[in-house]
Write a protein that binds this ligand. Sequence first.
Ligand code: GDD
Ligand code: MN
Length: 394
Amino acid sequence: MDTATGPQQLGGPDNARPPRLSVVVPTRNEAENIPLLIKRLAPLVVPLGAEILVVDDSDDDTPDALSRAAVDAPLPVRLLHRPASARTGGLSGAVLLGAEHARGEWIMVMDADLQHPPESAAMLATVAMRHDVDVVIGTRYAGNGSREGLDGVFREATSSWATRLVKSMFPRRLATVSDPMSGLFAFRRSAVRLDRMNPVGFKVLLELLVRHPGARVAEVAYEMATRHAGRSKASLREGANFLRHLSRLRGQRLVGQIRTRPRTLRDRLHELGRLVAFGLIGLSGMVVNTAALWFFYEPAQLHHLLGAALATQLSTTWNFLLVDNLIYRRQRRAGLAARASRFFLLNNVLLLLRLPVLQVLVWAGVGVLAANAVTLVALFLLRFVVNDRVIYTA
Ligand code: GDD
Ligand code: MN
């Protein structure tokens, strides 16, 4: 059979009612283990309305062993066998494929080698389906959990260090998760977007957790047993896959933050509003500037260049107060003194550019107030290019 046609039902009743729980079991050369797993697990999960879906990447006779065990099983047992050419994603790929074909509203993932004791798994599923949560993790690192079953001190140490590393990489998401790399977990089908998941290697749960920051997570402790028969498929290559997976998750997270959601109409209106506000403030500043220049030039009898320089300090103060409070209020990064001094520096540099032009216009016979207004308008247009944003985002 091939995966395109979907799973094949090997045995058990043809339930008229869709199952509530799909137990997805990935297998790779587990011919000696899978019959015992079915035998022990089936009676425990029948009351939950379960089906078992085995996703197999074996070269041994796991499919035959499963077929024999499924004949008189008390629940539907289905098999998806992936031929060697279709084994994409390894363990993770198999689990995701199983989840796609699962019919239950809850999906539980567990290993075939009996390291996840069927009693613990059934208990985990029961707890999950009774509570208002999205993901329930079988943990070896909390409560009465234990990882006695991890073969060898080396595996044990690697496992706990890898767990620490991963938790430190995703401190917020994994704050309440003690065993983010557990192979025993259950999730509510509707809470997970399978199309978002793209794991490499063994750590499907980690992928699920990182990709679904809003999921409600709970843990149930269990004691990991030793492998019943056969050998672990963990290898140095899986170790490398793990690192690859981590860097991908990490990178994705950053990309997700930088490439934020697409701009909506609201964003555009907001931007337009800012532009209009910016324009109105600029206009009001010109009025303030012109009025001040009139005062310094006519009644106060100051030189028109000095008057223009003083008027600019007044209008700059006016503009700063408005811009700082109305436009960039939420984007303030620097302190008040820094913002104000940048604002005044920029405006005085622009004043130095403006004064010669003003003088030329006056020499040409343009009235002082009109000449000043012309330079202000020109400057205003220039400000759209040299935006005030530099003051806030630099
Ligand atoms: N379909 C499929 N394809 N199944 C696979 C593959 C694969 O490429 N590789 C492994 N499996 C199956 C195995 O047949 C077994 O049922 C299960 O996945 C776990 O594989 P093991 O080889 O027994 O892995 P492990 O015991 O070293 O690792 C377990 O514990 C880790 C935590 O310590 C797994 O549960 C890991 O997912 C878990 O992170
Ligand atoms: Mn194992």
